[in-house]
Design a protein around this ligand. Structure first.
Ligand SMILES: [Zn+2]
Length: 120
């Protein structure tokens, strides 16, 4: 891959990392507040409390997803440093540029992504 293309993806990855680090910290900070608030409101009908704890579950899974993406972003930045960025970590094949434009942190080519991780 050309250096100019690598630099472009590197910039995209760093932007994603910066944006998501802030987002994850914000979510993590918000969860204990909500948990505390749900505990204090003991007079609230039970179905509201249930909804509150569902919200917290949703936020926890959101945090989990974002942390997983952050880890992928970090690994992609390391692949750029190692000079192997753009190659599928599964089969070693070339990842299409259109796919990298959309998902610069993906470790898989489209074929392997379809086999290994349906979400991607
Ligand atoms: Zn592959």
């Amino acid at each position: 891959m050309q250096k100019s293309a690598l630099n472009k993806y590197k910039t995209m990855l760093i932007e994603i990392r910066n944006r998501m680090s802030g987002e994850v910290s914000r979510l993590i900070e918000a969860v204990p507040e909500k948990a505390g608030a749900a505990g204090d409101l003991s007079h609230v009908p039970t179905h509201n409390a249930d909804r509150e704890s569902e919200d917290i579950d949703n936020e926890m899974s959101l945090i989990h997803n974002e942390e997983a993406i952050l880890a992928d972003v970090q690994e992609a930045l390391e692949r750029i440093e190692d000079g192997v960025y753009g190659a599928c970590t599964e089969c070693g094949g070339k990842i299409a540029e259109a796919r990298l434009e959309a998902l610069p942190y993906t470790p898989y080519c489209i074929d392997c992504a379809a086999k290994a991780a349906p979400a991607w």
